[in-house]
Design a protein around this ligand. Structure first.
Ligand SMILES: Nc1ncnc2c1ncn2[C@@H]1O[C@H](COP(=O)(O)OP(=O)(O)OP(=O)(O)O)[C@@H](O)[C@H]1O
Length: 635
């Protein structure tokens, strides 16, 4: 249904009935992620909107609340309308989306056009960075490192395990080395991600990659170590922090008049960045700064409006823009799920059927169309879950370490147990949603944890319970999406443990946290992990404990939505889709995001009809951005 509040607002301000209705649909479409409504052609009539009759179209175009423009993407400044609605190049916009798109297109195209004439990375340097590996599997990675110098917008996209982080580290080292060679002041680097969890994970992955390059099999010569260290010294934070968010509605400290003081800005998990955030970011960068966007363009798009990474990748790919590199070789140890992921990514149902057969027992289809079938699947899943948690020691009291505190190895082992298997649901609410599935799984795991003696569990808490944080809490150092586990210590107290990356100086404080000492546990969290992170070189993985009652907003973590799983990986996943093939949530990107979280095994909990519908339905957000990017001088 269209948004009646907006429709009424239009009428109350003197707008025509036709405009009121169209504005109501545009507002609804905005809620579904569309930045613009196409008025004519095949794409028109989204979300159940009836076709616009000719006389209604005339009324809209003539309405004083509408500005009609045709914005060319190469214009120096986007057309700025002074009315609440805009019709531009056949699309109907809410004013703010029109502004966002215009600014993003202008900045992106200017950045692409002004790539400069800097020579590519030298092959000698690239050989050193890739240890002489010139094989086909690293060709795209090498191309990315070679092509990044001089680019003011560079996009690196690829599926899970294709080496995006590894490549970013090498790109960064090359850029820093060249800059030093030019005699300029050392480059200031900032790393950002849409969520705190993603920012934290990126600095962890960079640190792991750097360790291999410093001491491991892929050791770099000593003269590269300063660039390695400098790469890791870049602080990682959420994009909100990077821009200096003043909180809801308060704008940002950094904008065109006060740009972010950085020469290189890297944004990870860029598929989750929405149109408004990309606009603010582009406006807040210095003109000469390099922006490197990294992400998997085939994953689900942002929760907010737009599909900016997908639009950028599509436009840059079509124009053979050297500012884009797509990585496709997967370096994952287990390659058996790749054909399945690829078939879903490309929407190829026949290839999908073949991939399921070829993967043997690594892919299981579980026909689920009715609640009793879901209950049966959940009961089996709950048994494996409980067995896994028991094997990871999550049901037993934690042993004491040498310092008398709970043993870190045991805690991290239990936390790793949570990455063994994860149920991912398309929906959050309803009978087939994550909340209901989680309740089911919790009651089984809770019974298994207490050996059936439920009276021994305390309120909603019991040893082995998984929880997911649902709101960033910078003071506690916990981020939306962080997963923790409730464990019992040697004194019988329950505490909720999270793995965090801590500054070396805080590591001992963190390990001293215990369920019995509420204050120290909470302050261990707060002392260590502000998301404007300490240099990655000085950080290590630790478990920290929180008293259950002190946790920020959270929910049970045994079943989560596919949306929430973005960026995480598990050994085995089960993907639960809704039973109705006409459910509008079904899309290829949703299924791809879910199954590509699995390293070894996938269970597909859905009927054949639902799976086919998901695979054959690309989630397309409607926007004028792609056309504006396509129209640039690159095409
Ligand atoms: N050129 C390479 N040679 C050898 N191993 C590589 C190479 N590139 C990546 N890898 C390995 O592949 C694995 C995945 O790499 P990386 O984490 O960089 O990928 P990613 O695309 O960032 O993954 P994800 O999206 O899952 O975070 C790592 O173990 C990494 O060491």
């Amino acid at each position: 249904m269209l948004d009646h509040t907006v429709a009424r607002w239009v009428r109350a301000h003197g707008g025509s009935a036709a405009l009121a209705e169209l504005a109501g649909w545009a507002s609804l479409a905005d809620g579904h992620g569309d930045s613009a409504l196409p008025l004519r052609g095949e794409a028109a009539g989204r979300h159940g909107m009836p076709p616009l009759e000719d006389d209604a179209m005339e009324q809209v175009m003539a309405d004083p609340m509408v500005t009609v423009v045709t914005t060319g993407s190469t214009q120096a400044a986007p057309a700025v309308a002074a009315t609440p609605f805009v019709v531009d190049s056949g699309y109907f916009y809410l004013l703010r989306n029109h502004l966002h798109e215009g600014v993003v297109a202008r900045h992106a195209n200017t950045r692409r056009a002004g790539a400069g004439t800097e020579p590519e990375g030298s092959s000698a340097d690239i050989d050193v960075l890739f240890h002489g590996d010139g094989s086909g599997r690293v060709a795209a990675q090498r191309a990315a490192v070679a092509q990044v110098p001089g680019k003011r917008l560079f996009v690196l996209t690829g599926g899970p395990g294709t080496g995006k982080t590894t490549t970013v580290l090498r790109m960064l080292m090359l850029l820093l080395k060249r800059r030093a060679g030019s005699g300029a002041a050392p480059a200031v680097v900032r790393i950002g991600a849409p969520t705190g969890k993603a920012a934290q994970r990126l600095s962890e992955s960079l640190r792991d990659g750097a360790r291999l390059m410093r001491d491991g099999q892929t050791r770099l010569p000593e003269d590269w170590h300063p660039w390695l260290d400098a790469s890791l010294n870049a602080p990682a934070s959420t994009l909100h922090r990077l821009l200096g968010s003043r909180g809801h509605g308060g704008g940002f400290v950094h904008h065109a008049g006060n740009p972010v003081p950085a020469d290189i800005v890297i944004v990870d998990e860029a598929s989750m960045v929405d149109l408004a955030m990309l606009r603010h970011l582009l406006e807040a960068l210095r003109e000469d700064a390099a922006l490197i966007l990294v992400g998997d363009a085939d994953q689900l798009t942002s929760v907010g409006t737009g599909s900016v990474l997908l639009d950028l990748v599509g436009a840059m790919e079509a124009a053979a823009d050297p500012g884009l590199v797509r990585l496709s070789h997967s370096f994952r140890a287990d390659q058996s799920l790749l054909p399945l992921n690829e078939a879903v990514r490309l929407g190829d149902i026949d290839a999908f059927e073949r991939a399921v057969i070829d993967a043997g027992d690594q892919v299981r289809r579980v026909q689920i169309g009715a609640p009793h079938e879901l209950d049966a699947a959940l009961a089996t899943w709950a048994r494996s879950l409980a067995d896994g948690l028991r094997a990871a020691g999550a049901f037993s009291p934690l042993p004491r370490g040498a310092d008398g505190a709970p043993d870190q190895v045991a805690v991290l082992g239990a936390l790793d147990g949570l990455r063994e298997r994860q149920l991912l649901c398309a929906l959050r609410e309803g009978e087939f949603g994550a909340e209901a599935a989680n309740r089911h799984l919790e009651s089984s795991v809770r019974a298994a944890s207490s050996g059936g003696a439920l009276s021994l569990t305390r309120g909603e808490w019991y040893a082995g319970r998984a929880v997911m944080i649902t709101r960033n809490d910078y003071t506690a150092g916990l981020f939306n999406g962080d997963v923790g586990i409730c464990l019992e210590d040697a004194d019988g107290a329950l505490g909720v443990w999270f793995a965090v990356t801590v500054a070396a100086s805080a590591a001992s404080a963190a390990s001293a946290g215990s369920a019995a000492s509420a204050g120290s546990a909470a302050s261990a969290g707060s002392a260590i992990d502000d998301d404007a992170a300490a240099p990655a070189t000085e950080r290590s993985r630790r478990a920290v404990c929180f008293v259950p009652g002190s946790l920020p907003d959270h929910q049970g973590g045994f079943a989560i939505t596919i949306h929430k799983s973005q960026g995480s990986e598990y050994r085995e996943v089960a993907v639960l889709l809704p039973p109705d093939p006409d459910n509008r949530i079904l899309s290829r990107q949703l299924l791809y995001t879910g199954i590509s979280r699995a390293r070894q095994k996938v269970q597909l909990w859905a009927s054949d009809a639902v799976l086919r519908r998901a695979i054959s339905t690309p989630a397309r957000r409607s926007s004028g951005l792609r056309a504006r990017l396509d129209a640039s001088q690159w095409s």
